[in-house]
Design a protein around this ligand. Structure first.
Ligand SMILES: [Zn+2]
Length: 383
């Protein structure tokens, strides 16, 4: 059966978008180029739900111009470029903020994902070396760069450098520091095969490294939920956290994975976020609570967090015991906690094969204040 390029794109989006190992919530995106027009997933739509009629068509030429132009524009330069590239009526859909790197990769099919396994390499102090060791010339490494035009230009520069050094085309896989992957190709099969290969290669390296004896994994094998009194305490604390943050919903996890990965020194517990999507859905850092906190203590910690960070916490952690997340509904709260669990796993696996790298203060502040991300969050909140 011969599928049209747009059908192959939809198939690719559904194949990886429905698997939380590869994409969660509105994260990730996908595009296809047909006759000088880029057809891309709208911002806030989930890959798993993408339909042909959702795709936003954009002429490639204005996108290429935005990549090289330093002409000052009013507003977000990516959205200005999207407006210039527009074909027809967008019907309220807004293209992904990552349109420019989709445009600059010549292959017709491009998928961008935040796979948990791949992010053990991208969120790593040794990410460049691990990429070279594990994936060789099949992948290009790009250090973390602020999203939008700076990231697209950084990717373009890395591709040019690879091509001038090796005399060969830039690889179909790009590893984006503290972010995710881009994989391209001519067909669904080609892109799917490359994505699966890269994930299984890194998964094998993580498995071979094994759990670090004596660190968080070994220390937290017992879940406090085995104890009924403790379970009631945690439920009460979760409710106090919900009230303190003036949220509608709260969810609570206190399983062996949380116990093993939320040691006080774990990256996502005390040092910083792993990837931009974590900031968008779960906040940069959790507020830390204690099992013996009362309602006043929880309120005090939340107020203190607001004073320091200028916003309410989304996630609360009792190190080695439990994690809570709040939201404007059960779905949003659950998504926040699942996003945070993803971050904990990336950090654990990054430490197994190297040393976890969290986003630094300026990297995370940029995302916290980014208008385009708050748009995505507002779309996700009403979904
Ligand atoms: Zn991304």
């Amino acid at each position: 059966m011969h599928l049209s390029p747009r059908d192959q794109l939809i198939r690719l989006a559904h194949h990886f978008g429905s698997d939380p190992e590869y994409a969660r919530a509105g994260g990730g995106n996908a595009s296809v180029k047909v006759d000088g027009v880029l057809h891309i997933k709208p911002s806030g739509t989930m890959l798993a739900d993408l339909r042909d009629e959702d795709l936003v068509p954009l002429r490639l030429e204005p996108l290429f111009e935005a990549l090289v132009s330093d002409e000052p524009v009013e507003g977000d330069p990516v959205m200005v470029a999207a407006e210039r590239a527009r074909v027809g009526d967008p019907a309220g859909r807004r293209p992904s903020v990552e349109i420019l790197f989709h445009a600059l990769i010549a292959d017709p099919l491009v998928i961008h994902l935040h796979p948990l396994v791949a992010n053990a390499v991208t969120c790593n102090e040794d990410g460049r070396q691990l990429t070279a060791d594990l994936l060789g010339d099949e992948a290009l490494w790009v250090d973390y760069i602020d999203p939008g035009i700076p990231l697209a230009r950084g990717i373009a520069a890395a591709r040019v450098e690879f091509e001038s050094h090796t005399g060969r085309h830039a690889p179909a896989i790009t590893m984006l520091g503290n972010h995710g992957i881009i994989v391209s190709g001519d067909t669904f099969e080609e892109v799917a095969q490359r994505t699966t290969w890269l994930t299984s290669t890194i998964a094998a390296a993580i498995a071979a490294a094994g759990p670090d004896a004596g660190t968080d994994a070994a220390a937290g094998a017992v879940s406090t939920l085995d104890n009924a009194g403790s379970a009631a305490t945690l439920t009460t604390l979760a409710e106090q956290f919900r009230v303190a943050t003036e949220s509608r919903s709260v969810v609570l996890d206190a399983d062996a994975f949380i116990a093993a990965t939320t040691g006080p020194s774990a990256g996502p517990v005390s040092r910083g976020p792993m990837i931009p999507d974590q900031i968008v859905y779960a906040g940069s850092l959790p507020v830390l609570l204690r099992e013996d906190d009362d309602a006043d203590a929880v309120a005090h910690q939340v107020a203190r967090f607001r004073g320091i960070h200028g916003r309410s916490p989304v996630v609360a952690v009792i190190p080695r015991v439990a994690a809570f997340a709040v939201g404007e509904g059960d779905k949003a709260a659950r998504n926040a906690l699942d996003t945070y669990r993803d971050a904990l796993r990336m950090a654990r696996d990054a430490d197994r094969i190297g040393r976890v790298r969290v986003m630094d203060q300026s990297e995370r502040t940029f995302i916290e204040n980014w208008e385009a991300e708050s748009y995505r969050r507002s779309v996700a909140a009403t979904a």
